[in-house]
Design a protein around this ligand. Sequence first.
Ligand code: UD1
Length: 343
Amino acid sequence: MANKILVTGGAGYIGSHTSIVLQEAGFEVHIIDNLSNSDAAVMDRIAEITGKIPGFTQLDLCNSEDLHAFFDKHPDIAGVIHFAAHKSVNESSTYPLKYYHNNLTGTINLLQAMQRANCHNLVFSSSCTVYGQPDQLPVSEDAPLKKAFSPYGNTKRMCEEIIHDQAEADSLQAVALRYFNPIGAHHSARIGELPVGIPNNLVPYLTQTAAGKRDSLKVFGQDYDTHDGTGIRDYIHVVDLAEAHLKAISRLLEQKNKEAFEVFNLGTGTGYSVLDIIKTFEKVSGVRVTHEITDRRAGDIEKVWADPAKANRELGWKARFGLDDMLRSAWAWEQSLASRNDS
Ligand code: UD1
């Protein structure tokens, strides 16, 4: 079976973990990335972990000529996993056109290049943000999609729709994976999340506070209708997510998909509050996290967690790691970054 997989955005957080899992499973990986929010040094880290350096081309998906030339040069690509996108919720509200242009144009160009190259298998990186605040929890894939609270979230829903339409119209076979909240890092602590500037997301902010880089973690609101008043999310280990991508692309390559466009929730099925996260982090790290309760953050939903039954059943995938593992690995990664900066 042809086994070369193109990973767009493969130098990023989830893309790099997925590239490792693919290489460990025997796939040949070629990464394209414009390095707008990542570093080419990630290729060396992947090589250290797997013993094999992935193919790499610095390329922006918004440049369709370069993309066509890339597919002409690599006619043996069996499938594509598409991560490349801007992903900051905050930034997207300030610069909506930047997000709509990059995320939609990149996806459309990729679909056109795949069509022209007769490459039919696509796994798309989507998000639970497409559900907004669901009416029922846990949320399953047949819940209605809602307008997201941010342009970023809207781009995920719109890209799903574009891919769905193309799969109905043409020979494209596609899987959209709706991630809940990815956290943690590879157990080697050689790769992980590399937020540029002040992190927006809870866990990188928390580990930076524990490491002394930030004074205090702000807990955004304690008046939600949850067991302790703080927001609830379904946190999922990035290595579990990576393994789901291997299952999804294999399903397409083995032609085991039941429809031309399928969606799967990737979560553990358990929700934890912000205070649960802080307590668990303090337990596994032995480090106290200075924190304070502040007002709610605009655009936050109250609570969400997944019904992952469809992914469990159809992909044969189940999250293996619990919250302790996720937070332990996030802390090991933060510490390895600190020791690299010191040396
Ligand atoms: C957001 C996006 C999601 C995206 C994810 C990763 C929405 C609705 N969700 O998730 O699509 O995939 O970012 O980029 O757009 N919190 C604090 N203090 C902090 C930071 C966060 O209390 O300093 C709280 C939040 O209020 C929330 C929880 O921690 O309850 C998780 O927040 P965060 O890590 O930012 O992720 P989401 O907003 O859930």
